[in-house]
Write a protein that binds this ligand. Structure first.
Ligand code: NAD
Ligand code: UDP
Length: 340
């Protein structure tokens, strides 16, 4: 099928483009390059052997995006395009509501206008708020604590209402847990600008000597070693989850957790990184980060049952592939100053 992938040059979108191509789909990418690089398109060709159609377009631009729908017989959409930095969303709420909510509305509207009934949406475990883990898809949406999370909850509600009014519309809301790792080729991976907010890219940059020391945010949580526990999922498993969700789309809304169902603490991840890669990661214990919960992991049984999908890669593969990508990557990341 011909699938429009919004945000297809970003971290998760690019890995999903690879798996879609491997499964015989034709990919059309739209990305405004606000958080990605054009060179990723060449990397996708290197990995898949296919040159994917690419449009540098902002998905909040209805007219420009409509031209893509007019030029291709799109049969389904995977909507990854969005801003994703929680802290930034608190400082710039309008930018987040505008980009993420208007982007979803624009893409959904064009789907209806062009008779595209298959829609896969990038949601997040953040929509559960601070409810106790394991988190189940049937739980009510939780209290989101920042504008980013609210854009995901709002987009879920908008897409749900669209399917109620359009019974042939098939939407899969995929709630990601903590995507980490990189493609095994080392050609694509997570490459955030500036100082990373998330644990894994911070760890890889400390390991590479680009940052002096990891700050472990709290060791007094009610967890086995006191540090925060999360459900890390290899990005290639996540990408494969999208292919499974797309191929099993049913009219109406389906919701799936994409996680492993297993929690790993900050220190477990750091020790696994050092053991697997033989590289030290200096760290210090710092105060808790505002807004963090102690533990967050999925109940991953629905995706296993309904999609026949299960994450196969463990923490060792995640830290190995993250490090391979970081070791291979040159360029802007080396240029920012050391911070203490
Ligand atoms: P990313 O920033 O690497 O990728 C997003 C891509 O969308 C980027 O290439 C960016 O340039 C593009 N983009 C943003 N706004 C756009 C717009 N208006 N028009 C066109 N392109 C636009 O992020 P990612 O980690 O790959 O995340 C993909 C999606 O998954 C996002 O919607 C994100 O909120 C969601 N998500 C990510 C995580 C995570 O931890 N990475 C967790 C849960 C959900
Ligand atoms: N974390 C940390 N130091 C960092 C970044 C993150 O100790 O520099 C911890 C954080 O407190 C949480 C876990 O690592 O327990 C995962 O954080 P991340 O920001 O990657 O994901 P999220 O908070 O969205 O689950």
């Amino acid at each position: 099928m011909k699938i429009l992938v919004t945000g297809g040059l970003g971290y998760i979108g690019s890995h999903t483009c690879v798996e879609l191509a491997k499964n015989g789909h034709t990919v059309v990418i739209v990305d405004n390059l606000s958080n990605s690089k054009l060179e990723t398109l060449d990397r996708l060709t290197e990995i898949t052997g296919a040159r994917m159609a690419f449009y540098r377009v902002d998905v909040t631009d209805y007219r420009a995006t409509a031209e893509i729908f007019a030029a291709h017989t799109i049969e389904g959409v995977m909507h990854f395009a969005g801003l994703k930095a929680v802290g930034e969303s608190v400082e710039q709420p309008l930018a987040y509501y505008y980009n993420n909510v208007l982007g979803t509305i624009t893409i959904a509207k064009l789907c209806l206008e062009y008779g595209v009934n298959k829609f896969v949406f990038s949601s997040s475990a953040t929509v559960y708020g601070d409810q106790a883990s394991p988190l189940y898809e049937d739980m009510a949406l939780g209290q989101t604590t920042n504008p980013y999370g609210e854009t995901k909850a709002m987009s879920e509600r908008i897409l749900t209402d669209v399917t109620k009014a359009n019974p042939r519309f098939a939407v899969s809301l995929l709630r990601y847990f903590n995507p980490v790792g990189a493609h095994e080729s080392g050609l694509i991976g997570e490459d955030p600008n500036g100082i990373p907010n998330n644990l894994m890219p911070y760890v890889t940059r400390v390991a590479k000597g680009l940052l002096p020391c990891l700050r472990v945010f709290g060791n007094d949580y009610d967890t086995p070693d006191g540090t925060g526990v999360r459900d890390y999922i290899h990005v290639v498993d996540l990408a494969l989850g999208h292919v499974a969700a797309f191929e099993n789309l049913q009219p109406g809304v389906s919701i799936f957790n994409l996680g492993t169902g297993k929690g790993t603490s900050v220190l477990e991840l750091v020790h696994a990184f050092t053991a697997e890669n033989g590289v030290a990661v200096p760290y210090e214990i710092a105060p808790r980060r505002v807004g963090d919960v102690a533990t967050c992991f999925a109940d991953a049984s629905r995706a296993a049952r309904d999609l026949g999908w299960r994450a196969k890669r463990g923490i060792r593969e995640m830290v190995r592939d993250a490090w391979r990508f970081e070791s291979a990557t040159k360029g802007t990341k080396g240029t920012f100053p050391f911070v203490r």
